[in-house]
Design a protein around this ligand. Structure first.
Ligand SMILES: Nc1nc2c(c(=O)[nH]1)N[C@H]1C(S)=C(S)[C@@H](COP(=O)(O)O)O[C@H]1N2
Ligand SMILES: [Mo]
Length: 199
């Protein structure tokens, strides 16, 4: 059942202008994982940001949860063409975590429990554009969707929002992550349809 009909195709629907080219809206929340779901307990969970010189800032679960929290409500866009409007999350703005490290690197490699990686220019993680989130729709994030904590970078295709995130490594030069090495676009802006490296 298309839950957005009737009316979605009208010019005055409430999501006018919020659906990037080539996307369709869904109210489902599909799970897309490249491998098995790692089970990470909050007792052993640790998040780190490592500068190019190897110095690292680290947070335990309790330390991360004690930081000022935000509740972003954002639209998310998967490169497999579904978009979901007004998703509600809770977590820590990445700016607060990045403040803890001194870096001159312009690029970041995001690393997950389980081995997934994705690369971004540092600026795509700054200035209120990214969060480390632990709750979705008022509940702790399920393991399938990246719990206990995932990255949320809603202005880029969702493969940049690494699930089960473990840390960020600063890099002086860009380096492709998991999907970026497999032909996905290096940047992934849904409004420019940056889907594959040929786009
Ligand atoms: N660690 C990890 N993060 C990941 C993935 C993955 O396979 N492993 N898949 C990515 C892709 S391709 C998408 S579309 C989204 C899917 O998030 P969801 O399963 O919560 O919908 O997670 C992204 N983050
Ligand atoms: Mo994806």
């Amino acid at each position: 059942m298309n839950t957005f009909s009737p009316g979605f195709h009208g010019r005055t629907h409430r999501f006018e202008g919020r659906l990037p080219p080539g996307q369709y809206p869904t109210e489902d929340f599909p799970v897309l994982s490249a491998g098995p779901t790692p089970r990470v307990s909050t007792d052993s969970w640790e998040f780190s940001i490592t500068a190019e010189d190897g110095t690292a800032a680290r947070w335990t679960w309790e330390q991360m949860m004690a930081l000022p929290q935000e509740e972003p409500t954002v639209d998310i866009h998967c490169v497999t063409r579904w978009s979901k409007f007004d998703t509600r999350w809770q977590g820590v703005p990445l700016d607060a975590l990045l403040d803890a490290v001194e870096t001159s690197g312009d690029f970041a490699m995001v690393e997950s429990y389980g081995g997934y990686t994705t690369n971004l220019p540092l600026e795509d993680l700054q200035d209120g554009k990214a969060w480390l989130v632990h709750s979705f729709d008022g509940y702790p994030l399920s393991p399938e969707h990246g719990g206990p904590a995932r990255l949320l970078v809603p202005h880029l295709y969702l493969w940049k929002s690494a699930k089960w995130v473990k840390g960020i490594r600063m890099m002086p030069q860009d380096d492709p992550g998991f999907w970026e090495s497999a032909g996905y676009h290096n940047h992934g802006d849904p409004w420019r349809e940056e889907r594959s490296w040929t786009d």
